[in-house]
Design a protein around this ligand. Structure first.
Ligand code: FES
Ligand code: FES
Length: 279
């Protein structure tokens, strides 16, 4: 087994042939990186150039990789990127970035250059965080009232003409407005104001638009045959749950508001989308 000698720490180890030098150093708690680059290095991908070591003889090491040639151009052959180097025979590590760091300041005090680096990193992180928050703010979808994704004001409840027999299809909002007996509540215990439900017109299987089939008094999906009761409760077919719906509320003036930005998921098989208030 090849032997690797670490001069800075006066240590000698046997390693398996072909061992990655960076991993050998780290496993044996050798100072590979300088203080700042312990946190900012590329974790062995050959991109940052901070894991350099001085080793000889180079004949006992793998060939310089393409990334080493890029990162170390102009530096002697004995300088290698430890993450790109494999140990093939006995060799000696003369120095690493971390060992020089310790040698220059054994107390661990930070140099002005390091402090400048830390301040720069902190400033950059702060800038990126602010940039991220502002970008999300601008990209976050905001919908106007009356367009899908926003709120629909259907006017005063007492002027709303909702036929108790038939769902009222609202194309712009992509929902059916349904009136059920007032004493019913949704399965999630939220009251359905005046028995109103706004069912989303999208099948919970693969997104087709089910049709209201009056003769069967239920919704039927033309694509794969899922069937749902008038309140969206699952009956049969490949749909995984009942129809989803949008939140319906009454505002202070008694206007019915359907919020198509707030989807309430349909109930799973065997569970009614709504239930009686007194159960
Ligand atoms: S760890 Fe970044 S180049 Fe080796
Ligand atoms: S999309 Fe409706 S059943 Fe498949």
């Amino acid at each position: 087994m090849p032997k690797v000698k670490f001069v800075p720490q006066n240590l000698e180890l046997e390693v398996p042939p072909g061992a990655n030098l960076r991993q050998v150093l780290l496993r044996n708690k050798q100072p590979v990186y300088s203080r700042i680059t312990q946190f900012t290095n590329c974790r062995g991908h050959g991109l940052c150039g901070t894991c350099w070591v001085e080793v000889d003889p180079t004949s006992q090491l793998s060939q310089r990789t393409f990334r080493e040639k890029l990162k170390l151009s102009g530096r002697g052959d004995s300088v290698r990127l430890s993450c790109q180097t494999r140990v093939l025979g006995d060799c000696t590590v003369q120095a690493t970035a971390g060992s020089l760091d310790l040698a220059s300041d054994p107390t661990g005090a930070k140099s002005r250059r390091e402090l400048f680096g830390l301040a720069w990193s902190a400033g950059t992180s702060l800038f990126l965080a602010q940039f991220g928050v502002v970008s999300v703010w601008f990209m976050w979808p905001r919908f106007k009232a009356g367009e899908f994704g926003g709120k629909f004001d259907l006017g005063p409840f007492d002027q709303l003409e909702v036929d108790r027999m038939y769902p009222d299809y609202r194309q712009t909002g992509r929902f059916w407005l349904i009136r059920l007996p007032d004493r019913l509540r949704s399965a999630d215990e939220k009251e359905t104001p005046q028995g109103l439900l706004a069912l989303y017109t999208t099948c919970t299987h693969l997104g087709c638009k089910p049709e209201w089939v009056a003769v069967n008094n239920r919704f039927e999906c033309p694509c794969h045959g899922s069937k749902f009761q008038k309140d969206g409760t699952y009956i049969s077919g490949p749909a995984p749950r009942g129809l989803d719906r949008f939140e319906v509320t009454l505002d202070r003036d008694g206007n019915v508001i359907v919020d198509t930005g707030r989807l309430v998921r349909g109930q799973p098989h065997g569970v009614d989308n709504i239930k009686r208030q007194d159960t």
